[in-house]
Write a protein that binds this ligand. Structure first.
Ligand SMILES: NC(=O)CC[C@H](N)C(=O)O
Length: 257
């Protein structure tokens, strides 16, 4: 098919939309930044795109909770549009604030029977905004965006990133289903304690996908490690040939090849 097009959905306070659009272009796709109000006004706009991406930032100033307001807008006004998008075999990616939105909207994980989300991203255990580079490891092969990726080194920058399922049974069922696809590790690839796990997430979860593997949210920022020179120690020869984050965008674009 023709080059896939990514809709980068931005809202007041989004601050990673340009970098994210650039990432999709670098990966061989096309990208257009679309304001949430435009999509609310004209939901059929989504039909012209194959990928929908919610980028990072502080949408609506993180008021009430990070991602809550855009999450509610989607829940009440765009749920059908996104469901149709996903049912058509298309891809949805949420980065950091986008991951928070995907969980709060019920798009990534369907609500439990009592109408509440089965998992959320709570305040970091430290109660502080954490901004650092983290080691990551993938689990299973369900997630389309993580195809052929084993590990990555990416930056995180968030205050509300602690993945928490509502109870142990839910956590277990997500784990068994292979949906807890991305986890923090220490530098040796082992289990991560603070600060390698920057937020106290259950099982060190850094990213999760839906049951189809085509909807994925992650706390780290792949768009901030596209080029080897983004690596904090590239001058010491520690970076690879390309930035670790690029592969996620390439996987999305190549999915439609
Ligand atoms: N980088 C981001 O997207 C930050 C997300 C959100 N504003 C938080 O601090 O948790």
């Amino acid at each position: 098919m023709a080059t896939p097009k990514a809709l980068i959905l931005r809202a007041p306070g989004t601050n990673c939309d340009r970098e994210t659009a650039f990432a999709f272009q670098l990966a061989g796709g096309q990208a257009e930044r679309v304001h949430l109000n435009r999509l609310l006004d004209q939901p059929s706009l989504a039909e012209g795109f194959q990928i929908l991406c919610l980028p990072g930032g502080f949408s609506y100033g993180d008021d009430i909770a990070a991602g809550r307001i855009v999450g509610s807008q989607i829940r009440h006004h765009l749920d059908d549009v996104l469901r149709e998008f996903i049912d058509a075999g298309k891809l949805v990616l949420g980065i950091c604030n986008g991951f928070q939105i995907l969980l709060k909207s019920g798009i990534l994980l369907p609500d439990s029977d009592d109408g509440h989300p089965p998992a959320t991203l709570a305040w970091n255990e430290s109660q502080r905004f954490v901004d650092r580079w983290v080691h990551l490891k993938t689990f299973g092969d369900k997630c389309v965006f993580l195809k052929d990726i084993e590990k990555m080194y990416l930056p995180v920058a968030h205050a509300e990133g602690r993945f928490a399922a509502r109870d142990a049974a839910m956590l277990k069922s997500l784990e068994t289903a292979g949906q807890l696809a991305l986890r923090y590790t220490n530098a040796a690839g082992g289990e991560a304690a603070f600060p390698d796990c920057p937020n106290g997430a259950q099982l060190g979860v850094a990213g999760a996908c839906d049951a189809t593997g085509r909807v994925f949210g992650l706390m780290p920022h792949p768009e901030r490690h596209l080029d080897p020179t983004h690596h904090p120690r590239w001058t010491r020869g520690e970076a690879g040939e390309v930035g670790d984050g690029l592969k996620i965008f390439q996987n999305a674009v190549q999915y439609f090849a």
